[in-house]
Design a protein around this ligand. Structure first.
Ligand code: BG6
Length: 510
């Protein structure tokens, strides 16, 4: 029996999407492939126009050709369906312009008007795939030419989608928020964290609040500690320049890991409305105990990958990557212990870690339950009796596993952990839409649930800023380097050992 909370796809109004930064990687790798698939599944509004806005000289035709080539490489389904591409591509247009040039926005306005249907020039999703330093100028120009209104007359709508990174600290995030909200209401701003577009991340709330048995156990009474791991096999590759400015703490913890933590630990929202859900996330983020700069060494471990050999292949260290300073102290790994000072979670450690060039790419949340009392089997087995654990595997091999102990069949008395496993693939068949497909649809529908609210982004930055302050001016020590392809610096193991815990590494696909 399926309980449907909505009746199939939402009816979307005809509109235009304007992508600023259309020559960039994100457009070719993520946005256009996502729109192409949505078109194929007939989920896009009809009619819809997409305008790519960028500086380079291109025609509609040449831009379409470029995107088609990129699609061959980045589409999640191949080969690209020529017919489907053809109908989709006829809606793609290009507008050449500099983000600071007023005349370019007038051209854009004329182009939108030229589509000949009022809704296409009035209902607009502005996608800012540009540097945050340009957000302010773009919205200001849009407002000046009348394309972005704070209170457009109903039923017109205009929304602004902004990509991460949303600032580089709390001060810059506040500044960005102020710049954006000069010309748009907070309700018109959709801040992306693509993790929220992942099916498994969305399932966290469903799993927690539609199952009585787990929610009963979801507190300090039953949970010993929680581990959240987002490990990545590749190094920084061609993104050295960006990474030098970001580092793992800003690139991954401030957004993706804290978002997952918030969903795993927040209180039940009052309703399923976006504001109720986001209210609870903010409350949770605000109840994370700040780590003062002087205590960072006790609660946070950073690392940087060093050259190594994996399966006979040499792997460069981070400092050897392109556009990285040879003496860079930027962290490519971070592990931290957080406490949530609220009634439910008081005293429970939350261990978060993420890193580049780890042994495999996998994201998971492991909820480790308290051990049994030290009598009967525990008294006899000691450390070898595994505590129960529930693992939410976010990617790949999406699924949920429950580990508990069982008797090894036979005449001897032996107990070992066994696993009950739910796999998305085996249960529902392969269904792997890209996070961007979901996020674009939600933004087109005006549903902000999967986007980050202003106070949420600010709360996350204040946690991260305090950690950065503790690292300020401190060069990496020898012990903070880890061989590329390993599970990070030894300090991360000590961080858990101090609480009597140890990391459980995600397992490769079986
Ligand atoms: C991005 C980070 O936000 O997330 C990247 O900037 C990282 O550094 C990526 O590789 C990870 O996303 P996913 O979906 O591959 O887990």
């Amino acid at each position: 029996m399926i309980c449907r909370l909505s009746d199939g796809p939402r009816a979307l109004t005809p509109c235009s999407i304007v992508i600023f930064g259309a020559s960039g990687d994100l457009t070719a790798r993520k946005l256009i492939p996502a729109l192409y698939h949505l078109h194929g599944e007939q989920l896009l509004p009809e009619p819809l126009r997409v305008i790519g806005f960028a500086r380079r000289e291109k025609t509609d035709e040449s831009w379409r050709r470029e995107l088609r080539e990129a699609l061959e490489q980045f589409s999640r389904t191949r080969p690209v369906d020529a017919g489907q591409w053809g109908t989709f591509a006829s809606n793609l247009h290009y507008c050449r312009g500099d983000l600071t040039e007023a005349a370019a926005y007038q051209r854009l306005a004329r182009q939108l008007e030229g589509f000949g249907e009022a809704a296409l020039g009035r209902n607009i999703l502005f996608y800012l795939a540009v540097s945050p330093s340009q957000f302010g100028a773009v919205v200001e120009h849009l407002q000046r030419v009348g394309l972005l209104e704070r209170d457009p007359p109903m039923p017109a709508w205009q929304r602004v989608v902004v990509e991460k990174p949303f600032g580089h600290d709390l001060t810059s995030a506040r500044r960005l928020n102020a710049e954006l909200t000069r010309f748009a209401h907070e309700q018109q701003i959709f801040r992306i964290d693509h993790y929220l577009g992942k099916e498994t991340v969305q399932n966290i709330l469903m799993f927690r609040f539609s199952n009585a048995i787990f929610e009963q156990l979801w507190s300090r009474q039953a949970v010993d500690h929680v581990q959240i791991t987002v490990s990545e096999r590749p190094g920084v590759g061609g993104r050295g320049g960006y990474y030098e400015e970001a580092g793992a703490l800003r690139d991954m913890v401030q957004n993706h890991l804290l978002q997952v933590l918030a969903l795993v630990t927040m209180e039940p929202p009052v309703t399923l409305e976006s504001e109720s859900i986001r209210d609870e996330k903010v409350k949770l983020l605000k109840s994370i105990r700040p780590i003062p700069p002087e205590a960072v060494g006790r609660h946070v471990v950073r690392g940087q990958y060093a050259p190594s050999q994996v399966e006979g292949q040499p792997l460069p260290g981070y400092r050897q990557e392109a556009k990285v300073a040879p003496d860079s102290d930027v962290e490519t790994y971070v592990a931290l212990r957080l406490f949530i000072d609220n009634w439910r979670w008081s005293g429970v450690p939350f261990y978060l870690r993420t890193g580049k060039h780890l042994p495999l790419s996998a994201s998971e949340v492991r909820v480790q339950f308290r051990p049994t009392p030290h009598v009967l089997f525990a008294a006899r087995c000691g450390e070898t009796l595994d505590a129960n654990a529930l693992t939410l595997r976010l990617q790949p091999n999406e699924g949920i596993s429950l580990r508990f102990n069982g008797k090894v069949p036979g005449t001897s008395v032996a107990v070992r952990p066994v696993r009950m496993h739910f796999s998305y693939d085996s249960e529902f068949g392969a269904y792997t839409p890209e996070a961007y497909e979901r996020l674009l649809l939600e933004a087109l529908a005006g549903d902000a649930t999967l986007f980050i609210r202003r106070d949420e982004v600010e709360a996350a930055w204040s946690i991260v800023d305090s950690i950065r302050a503790g690292w300020a001016g401190q060069a990496l020590t020898e012990a903070e380097f880890y061989p590329a392809g390993s599970w990070g610096p030894a300090g991360a193991d000590r961080l858990l050992a101090a609480g009597g815990h140890q990391w459980r590494n995600p397992q490769p696909a079986s």
